[in-house]
Design a protein around this ligand. Structure first.
Ligand SMILES: [Zn+2]
Length: 302
């Protein structure tokens, strides 16, 4: 399957009610032109190998919104601010927005999106070993033949200081994935992300772009190795910057997944979002999952 067939447009309901055939054809061709000339693969949409339709990404959704002259309005649906962690064991922030898209004052579509501080990228940060002398993250393990220990590597811009194998100022450092102590600083980011996810969902509905782009989890069914796969099902080579990441897929299906968990577990959406984030962190939820996978997980009592 070529890229061209993958993004072919099919007919459907258009923004304008009761569009004439001519209008429909015009819109069809306009949309096609817009996608091929303005939207950029890898940035605005991504191709998931083996999935017939491309996945619309946030920048693409924003461009579509501007193209169709849609004015987004964001309505806060649910908001949790646990600054001290008294209710959740650690600080927790959650936002859910409904995005309504207006064209000439008329509501043409709406979508739901949420974000919370327990999503991996907000809950943790990567911490590197730093040199106690110069403060740079240039510490490496010294080679055994050179006496072992730790070295502030000069070739990486370090100060060449040496430390013993068991030097406490080195080995007592927290490294790797560590809890983000400044989660509260990210409340604004979380807020913006929830709005963006709601916007993507709304744009897909309002512009009928789901004929063109996928947002359906079913489309991801039974495609293993979507992210790092061998790409044997597409004739066109996929370069690394065109790969859709797990996080991007998650952004696309976020609203649906959280709603599913909230309903099946009979919990609030903020609690559902937290649970989904936890499951994603331990690898039980991935962007590769299909709707039935999610249903199994939600209803299976995991
Ligand atoms: Zn140093």
């Amino acid at each position: 399957m070529t890229d061209q067939t993958a993004i072919q447009v099919s007919s459907g309901n258009f923004l304008a009610p009761a569009a004439s055939l001519t209008e429909a054809k015009e819109r069809y061709s306009l949309f096609k032109q817009f996608v091929s000339s303005v939207l950029e693969k890898g940035r605005d949409y991504g191709i998931v190998p083996g999935v017939s339709k491309p996945t619309l990404l946030k920048p693409g959704a924003e461009k579509l919104g501007a193209f169709f002259g849609l004015r987004p309005t964001f309505l806060i649906q649910e908001s949790v601010n646990d600054w001290t962690g008294k209710d959740h064991g650690e600080p927790f922030f959650f936002r859910e927005y409904k995005c309504q898209l207006l064209k000439n004052g008329e509501l043409v579509g709406e979508g739901i999106g949420s974000c919370n501080s327990w999503e991996k990228k907000y809950r943790y940060r990567q911490s590197e070993r730093v040199c106690p002398e110069c403060g740079k993250p240039t510490i490496i393990k010294g080679k055994e033949e050179y006496g072992g220990g730790w070295l502030c590597y000069g070739k990486k811009g370090g100060c060449s200081a040496k430390f013993a194998d068991n030097a406490p100022e080195i080995i007592n450092q927290e490294v790797g994935q560590v809890a983000n102590k400044d989660v509260a600083d990210q409340v604004n980011t979380i807020d913006k992300m929830a709005q963006k996810r709601a916007l993507v969902a709304a744009i897909l509905i309002a512009t009928n772009a789901s004929d063109y782009f996928t947002q359906d989890m079913e489309d991801f069914a039974d495609h293993t190795d979507i992210i790092d796969g061998s790409f044997k099902e597409v004739s066109q080579p996929v370069t690394s910057d065109q790969k859709v990441t797990d996080d991007q897929l998650y952004d696309c299906m976020n609203g649906k997944v959280i709603e599913l968990f909230a309903t099946s577990w009979n919990i609030s959406k903020s609690d559902a979002a937290k649970e989904v984030s936890k499951l994603k962190e331990v690898g039980k939820i991935t962007g590769k999952m299909s709707l039935s996978d999610y249903q199994k997980l939600a209803y299976g009592g995991e």
